[in-house]
Design a protein around this ligand. Sequence first.
Ligand SMILES: *[C@@H]1O[C@H](CO)[C@@H](O)[C@H](O)[C@H]1NC(C)=O
Ligand SMILES: *[C@@H]1O[C@H](CO)[C@@H](O)[C@H](O)[C@H]1NC(C)=O
Ligand SMILES: *[C@@H]1O[C@H](CO)[C@@H](O)[C@H](O)[C@H]1NC(C)=O
Ligand SMILES: *[C@@H]1O[C@H](CO)[C@@H](O)[C@H](O)[C@H]1NC(C)=O
Ligand SMILES: *[C@@H]1O[C@H](CO)[C@@H](O)[C@H](O)[C@H]1NC(C)=O
Length: 366
Amino acid sequence: MGSLCYLSCVLIVSLLNPISCHGRAKPEPEGEHKALFVFGDSLFDAGNNQYLNGSMEGGGAISWPYGETFFKHPAGRLSDGRLVPDFIAQFAKLPLLPPYLQPIEHRFTDGANFASAGGGVLVQTHPGTINLPTQLSYFKTVVKSLRQKLGDVEAKKVLMRAVYLFSVGGNDYFSFYTQNPNVTQSYRRQYVGMVIGNLTSVLKEIYGLGGRKIAFQNAGPLGCVPTMKAMNPQLGSECAEEPSALARLHNRALANALKKLESNLPGFKYSIFDYYNELEDRIKNPSKYGFKNGNSACCGSGAFRGRNCGKNGTEPYELCSDPSEYVWFDGAHTTETANRQLAELIWSGTPNVSGPCNMKQLFGHA
Ligand SMILES: *[C@@H]1O[C@H](CO)[C@@H](O)[C@H](O)[C@H]1NC(C)=O
Ligand SMILES: *[C@@H]1O[C@H](CO)[C@@H](O)[C@H](O)[C@H]1NC(C)=O
Ligand SMILES: *[C@@H]1O[C@H](CO)[C@@H](O)[C@H](O)[C@H]1NC(C)=O
Ligand SMILES: *[C@@H]1O[C@H](CO)[C@@H](O)[C@H](O)[C@H]1NC(C)=O
Ligand SMILES: *[C@@H]1O[C@H](CO)[C@@H](O)[C@H](O)[C@H]1NC(C)=O
């Protein structure tokens, strides 16, 4: 009787709401250890780019005032403090993940961070950074190391329980936009299709290696970052439309691609955090979220302080006295205070913000 009701309730719930995370996520023991693997761009790079040969992207993150708030020294992160994956690790009761390229003894049963400032899905985006296919090859090295250490069966368990967190795509569209400011809708769609196609291949490979739980921060309002506003002075403090339109196109395609993967791949579960709208609302209505300024960066020079944060010597830059009053720390990266707010939504946001699952559910803490 009980189980019959349970089955029909689940059936009714899943018919009414086919994308619900509830009723699909099997309850898992709260204390069970789960790894976090992080892929993507500068929003998630905990310092990998410091170890690249001759890369300048994100090199700024090794200079003052990056890191000033939390670490009290530059910590390879493009913010005054912690990034979203740092908070997520904390919520998941994991230690902060060091950058994968840092030459230390790593504990991959906790996960790894492969993200690289400037990195994109496509290999042609910002050569010299770690693109997503290269991040996937690093992940495969980690898989090998886990198998050697734990044996195939235990390694597979770690990989199946783990959560895979992504922030990627923004650089592909920044790069496309700066090279093609004026293209036809069909060319735009073709480019988005290429990005999503390559992204989907990477997700399928991760699934093939055991990965089941995928979390995405979608592409942000790219036309609203201070650097973009500074590039379009005719708009005043309005956002540039085209880069944001590309991001919206990408986000729709991403949602469709993940839905399709979920229906084709048994056990595949996912979360998409609506970074686009959450960040845009903070930019447009900063006081609603406790900020004083949503337009200009805390650190930088020129219009909207969109450039040169931390670039010592070449051009002077300004630095605000309290980064927590700002959404933006530099011309393209948010402050620790904004990152904490975003991470809390990724972790436990309602399905309209972080869905169909949120990360807390993916970690089985819900
Ligand atoms: C940097 O160069 C060294 C020496 O050539 C090489 O061993 C290392 O793998 C390179 N690092 C990356 C991240 O490509
Ligand atoms: C973009 O196209 C419009 C009209 O088709 C034209 O007026 C404008 O000069 C073009 N801009 C660039 C940067 O090519
Ligand atoms: C992946 O991107 C390349 C360009 O870097 C493109 O030629 C290829 O068609 C894309 N693959 C898919 C499956 O979309
Ligand atoms: C700029 O860099 C030099 C050399 O690293 C250092 O001595 C100086 O204090 C720096 N200036 C500022 C304003 O950070
Ligand atoms: C999402 O839903 C919650 C309540 O379920 C509501 O309070 C919140 O405003 C909604 N957020 C957005 C961005 O629609």
